[in-house]
Design a protein around this ligand. Structure first.
Ligand SMILES: Nc1ncnc2c1ncn2[C@@H]1O[C@H](COP(=O)(O)OP(=O)(O)O)[C@@H](O)[C@H]1O
Ligand SMILES: [Mg+2]
Length: 244
């Protein structure tokens, strides 16, 4: 993905969450975003996803500036992304299969049979074929998150965005979901991943950006950022969270 962020600001009431955030990340296949809680990672991801409008600044993806003022273009942008949130965000009254087919029909305009074909293919891909008829409450957390990932990739998006996809999961289910993300990487899918799994970020991300206090404080190839962080903020953050 080719992603350039320029001077983004975003406030909620009087709270400035993004504070002139900029970053030109080059062209990594996978970019991890790390940083302290409340630093603005989710807000940034939602802006890149076209789900939130910045007060000022620009997002350029693959050389194209996001048109925040043009709802039509923004919708087209959203259709080309797959987004996976921390809390799965599945419809609880729908089966796993229907959670995939609904957006394929309503958002992407596929026929019922095309949608079912793509949905079953995506579920099979993540070993969920036997669970297609189950509702989220009948699935484990790891399975629910894999359904959410299957939904995100069903339309073959140009970019996947993950916001702490494992933070609601126990270690075994975390491993299950991280394996799926690694498979997507091996398939050559581009993604942006917000995560607290530092070992995984180091392993799977080409580039890592450290975000704190509404700014990208530094970004570098994964080995470099984790091996020799340059800013005191990032050094402190890593020392604190890698201590235990
Ligand atoms: N819709 C919103 N309304 C008000 N405050 C928000 C909203 N979204 C985020 N915030 C605030 O913005 C700050 C940054 O949040 P967030 O982007 O979720 O950070 P992170 O994902 O790094 O933890 C937090 O203090 C949060 O409470
Ligand atoms: Mg967050």
């Amino acid at each position: 993905m080719k992603l350039v962020l320029h001077n983004l600001t975003k406030s909620f009431a009087t709270h400035r969450v993004l504070d002139g955030l900029s970053g030109d990340f080059g062209e990594p296949r996978s970019l991890a975003l790390i940083g302290p809680s409340g630093g603005g990672k989710s807000t940034l991801l939602r802006i890149i996803a076209g789900l939130e409008t910045p007060d000022a600044g620009t997002v350029t993806l693959e050389g194209e500036a996001l048109a925040f003022a043009d709802e039509e273009k923004l919708r087209a942008h959203r259709r080309r992304l797959g987004v996976v949130f921390q809390a799965f965000n599945l419809f609880s009254h729908l089966t796993a299969l229907a959670n995939l087919t609904l957006p394929l029909e309503k958002v992407h305009g596929l026929s019922a049979s095309e949608a079912e074909h793509l949905a079953r293919e995506a579920l099979r891909r993540f070993h969920l074929a036997d669970h297609a008829h189950k509702k989220p409450a009948q699935l484990s957390g790891g399975q629910q998150q894999r359904v959410a990932i299957a939904r995100a990739i069903a339309i073959k998006p140009r970019l996947l965005l993950f916001d702490e996809p494992t933070s609601a999961l126990d270690p075994e289910m975390t491993a299950e979901v991280l394996e799926v993300i690694e498979e997507l990487k091996d398939e050559g899918r581009d993604f942006l991943l917000v995560t607290h799994e530092m070992g995984f970020a180091r392993h799977v991300a080409d580039r890592v950006a450290f975000l704190a206090d509404g700014r990208i404080v530094e970004h570098a190839p994964a080995e470099e950022l984790f091996g020799t962080p340059r800013s005191p903020e990032c050094r402190d953050f890593l020392a604190r969270i890698l201590k235990y």
